[in-house]
Design a binder for this molecule. Structure first.
Ligand code: N01
Length: 497
């Protein structure tokens, strides 16, 4: 295992977070970095998720990088190809491509205490770096249920994030498992094409309307000519979403949003039995609020059957539900989400004393400001624990995390520190405060079982406060919260204030 490559900083992943981190490093005059990308192109989840109907449910003028405004968004909620193209453009515009090592999948990372470096083994050779930015993405590894008999199924079976390029739904009997954020987008896109569709719904989702408003060319030109107009639009969306965030923390206000969701459903679903099947029994917002104008009409279509009983078995040509329903199908599509709290990357990261991140976390991830982990020096995890959101753009949180990272790097440089990590006390303090703020929110008291909660019942996924409160925390370095040292120092010394 001989390192063949060296860079001061390694960024893993070239999605939104990887690109944003790279740009900020460059802007600070740091050019000694490489980006390890397991795929053949930049773009992360927006490169991988190509299912029909794939779009963002946060407005593009907010769901984009603050330093790379795009006046040409053609829709309020852009579709996947446009977001993917935006990320490709950013990588070119900021001259990042030469930094990317494509088809380099990280297999293992080990912290070397003696040299104060990370050893990073990839599918195409080994690397050494002082600093690692883990921009692996929070939703990049699909979760597929381990269904009895799935390996005997003769047709196509795939996850929504691995949509086969040549998949032809026309005239087929399709089965969809899951009714989450992705499924509610591809179900309406497929429904008119297919012969029949059987949707296996475990828990119904609350779905509010989402007008697919186009942004007129005139408006795009105005944004281009007068950038402050675009900034004002972005700010308007940001404020509106932060106001909505207040209701997530005070579930009694969620009644207004529930009304909007019910009227969205009642507009399209006239059958009382189907209405009952599709009406959730938990407080809206407890699981991600979904947005679609076309989901309910598709679910009401005569070629769609909704089964509310769990799937127990798959045979060569059918799916069998717990209530005995058997649906003959040609293809199975899993809209079953991603591995969130048992994140695969934690299995291959080994910190101080050889401790594995997955063992330290034990399925309940904890980090200081969601970004750094005690015992794992010089590692910055983007979209780490408690940085997810239920109400607005995660790109804002990613940029706040990067702000913290840049401040820490500057602090290291100023104080001639080679190695830094948060103290365990600081990390515990952050986690405790976050948990306290989580109490009473719709995510913990909404009466649902969501992927935000880990196996201990703790919400280790979301940030419970406003995004500006996180940004304020991340915008400064509490030097007392970090432990720093020089690589050659024999004992650790607290970083100077
Ligand atoms: O996954 P999900 P997704 N048997 O977790 C069901 C982001 N996203 O891929 O609710 C049967 O939302 C599960 O049922 P239940 C966004 O953050 C963003 O759709 O657990 N069913 C649920 O219905 C989103 O939250 C955009 O009971 C099973 C579904 O599968 C995240 O990605 C667009 C099952 C999973 O829903 C994930 O979305 C799309 C089983 N064994 C996605 N296991 C934007 O626009 C799971 N389910 C930004």
């Amino acid at each position: 295992m001989k390192p063949i490559n060296k860079a001061r900083i390694i960024i893993i992943g070239s999605g939104f977070a990887g690109i944003a981190a790279a740009v900020r490093l460059k802007q600070a005059g740091e050019n000694d970095f490489i980006i390890l990308e397991r795929s053949e192109d930049v773009g992360g989840v927006w490169r991988d998720n190509r299912y029909p109907g794939c779009a963002c449910d946060v407005e593009s003028h907010l769901y984009s990088l603050s330093f790379a405004p795009n006046p040409n968004w053609s829709r309020k909620f852009s579709s996947q190809p446009e977001i993917y193209a935006y990320l490709q453009d950013c990588a070119k515009k900021f001259d990042l491509i030469s930094h990317v090592r494509f088809r380099h999948e990280v297999k293992r990372m080990e912290w070397k205490e003696d040299t104060g470096e990370w050893y990073v083994a990839t599918s195409q050779g080994d690397f050494n770096a002082k600093i690692v930015v883990g921009a692996f993405g929070a939703l990049s590894n699909p979760a597929i249920p381990n269904l009895k008999g799935l390996d005997t199924f003769a047709g196509e079976a795939f996850h929504s994030s691995n949509w086969p390029k040549n998949f032809e739904p026309k005239g087929k009997r399709i089965s969809v498992i899951g009714t989450g954020a992705s499924a509610i987008q591809f179900i309406p896109a497929l429904q008119p094409e297919v012969d029949s569709m059987t949707v296996f719904q475990r828990t119904p989702a609350w779905v509010v309307g989402r007008p697919g408003q186009k942004i007129s060319p005139t408006k795009q030109k105005l944004y281009s000519k007068f950038p402050f107009l675009q900034k004002a639009t972005r700010l308007g969306i940001y404020i509106r979403r932060e106001l909505l965030g207040i209701a997530f923390r005070n579930p009694k206000y969620m009644k207004i949003v529930k009304k909007a969701a019910l009227s969205n459903m009642y507009r399209s679903i006239k059958d009382p039995v189907l209405r009952e099947k599709l009406t959730p029994d938990y407080i809206i917002g407890c699981k991600r609020i979904l947005q679609s104008n076309v989901y309910y009409p598709a679910m009401a279509a005569p070629n769609v059957n909704v089964v509310t009983s769990g799937v127990v078995e798959v045979t060569e040509d059918s799916i069998i539900a717990a209530d005995g329903t058997e649906a003959k199908v040609d293809s199975i599509i899993f809209g079953t989400g991603f591995q969130i709290t048992d994140i695969p990357f934690a299995n291959y990261i080994f910190g101080k004393n050889g401790q594995r991140l997955a063992d330290v976390w034990a399925g309940s991830p904890k980090a200081y400001l969601g970004t750094t982990v005690s015992g794992f020096p010089n590692l910055f995890i983007m979209q780490g624990p408690n940085t997810g959101l239920g109400h607005t753009s995660v790109i804002y949180m990613i940029e706040a995390q990067i702000k913290q990272m840049m401040k820490v790097l500057k602090h290291m440089q100023k104080n001639q520190l080679d190695v830094i990590e948060p103290s365990m006390d600081a990390q515990n303090g952050f986690v405790e405060k976050t948990e306290k703020s989580m109490k009473g929110t719709v995510w913990t008291s909404g009466g649902c079982k969501s992927w935000y909660l880990d196996h201990t019942g703790r919400n280790s996924t979301l940030w419970p406060g406003s995004t500006f409160s996180f940004s304020r925390l991340a915008g400064k370095v509490n030097t007392g919260d970090y432990i720093g040292r020089q690589a050659s120092a024999e004992t650790e010394v607290p970083a100077r204030k």
